[in-house]
Design a protein around this ligand. Structure first.
Ligand code: SAM
Length: 277
């Protein structure tokens, strides 16, 4: 490779990853749209669709960066909530109160529990950009921003219903350690969901994708963020990440049940999931 990330010692890798995201933080959202041609939005929507969170769910989004997954999560549960409320309003005209209250699922005595999301990232610059976004769009309710390492999460055991990590796990030095931590902080019955670049299955698409990523991504990085090297790192880290089946095995080996994956965009990205029993 041109950059030789794999030959650097482990602690050096973590430092370089930190620098990469510190450098790109301010431009991160723009770059994401430019490089994926906007498709990262569809991948993140697919994650939410698979997650299908219920009102009241507690989410931990690790390597959450500027908060995309957490914002989508809160938006999703709110729209679910509104649908329920409309349903209740409709049934109020036709049904008894018992029928109406049974159409609610997870609420306590005083109505539905608030959903909350914690965005955890090792990089405070990325979190800062996310927090500013939340403040300026008036969407900070239900969100918290916590600096922390996926390999050593600053949370007690069994706190969350859902753990997500989107385009983050390939940056972590010890993937198995991050998976152990995911298992630890999930409640029994909780779900692990991971979006990550993977191996393209169609050979024609694979050729196009290779050409695009090796040649175009660092160029876009240079033009938009003035940072060729960070984006070269990005491409190389994708190449080195385990393929779909291998990563699924790692999830199983950690102790998750019903591990499975779905390819998105022909395997450019894979969505892996598993349950803690
Ligand atoms: N999840 C966001 C998204 O999908 O837009 C951000 C993904 S960004 C490509 C990768 C993120 O992983 C960066 O914000 C980086 O700081 C974070 N990261 C890298 N190593 C980490 C670690 N060991 N623990 C927590 N976060 C880490």
């Amino acid at each position: 490779t041109h950059f030789g990330f794999e030959t650097v010692p482990e602690e050096e890798k973590a430092k370089r990853v930190y620098k990469v995201f510190e450098n790109v933080a301010q431009k991160y959202d723009v770059m994401n749209d430019a490089m994926s041609l906007g498709v990262h939005r569809l991948w993140k929507d697919a994650l939410l669709h698979a997650m299908h969170p219920q009102p009241g769910a507690r989410l931990l989004d690790v390597a959450g960066g500027t908060g995309d997954i957490a914002f989508r999560f809160l938006e999703y549960v709110r729209s679910q909530q509104q649908r329920r409320e409309r349903r209740v309003a409709r049934s109020m005209q036709t049904q008894s109160w018992q029928d109406i209250s049974s159409s609610y699922g997870t609420e306590g005595e005083d109505g539905p529990r608030e959903s909350r999301a914690v965005v955890c990232d090792i990089n405070k610059e990325m979190l800062k950009v996310g927090k500013q976004k939340a403040d300026s769009t008036g969407t900070s309710a239900g969100l918290s921003w916590v600096v922390g390492d996926a390999e050593e999460l600053p949370f007690d055991d069994e706190q969350f219903d859902i753990y997500t990590i989107a385009f983050g796990i390939r940056n972590v030095t010890h993937i198995d350690q991050a998976l152990q931590e995911a298992l630890r902080v999930l409640k029994p019955g909780g779900r692990f969901l991971c979006l990550e670049f993977s191996k393209v299955t169609n050979p024609v698409l694979a050729k196009l994708y290779d050409a695009y990523s090796f040649q175009m991504i660092p160029v876009l990085g240079e033009v938009i963020a003035g940072d060729w090297k960070s984006y070269q790192y990005l491409v190389e880290s994708i190449r080195r990440f385990p393929d779909q089946e291998e990563f699924k095995r790692m999830i199983e080996d950690t102790g998750f049940y019903c591990a499975q994956f779905h390819n998105l965009t022909g395997g450019v990205v894979a969505l892996h999931s598993g349950f803690k029993l």
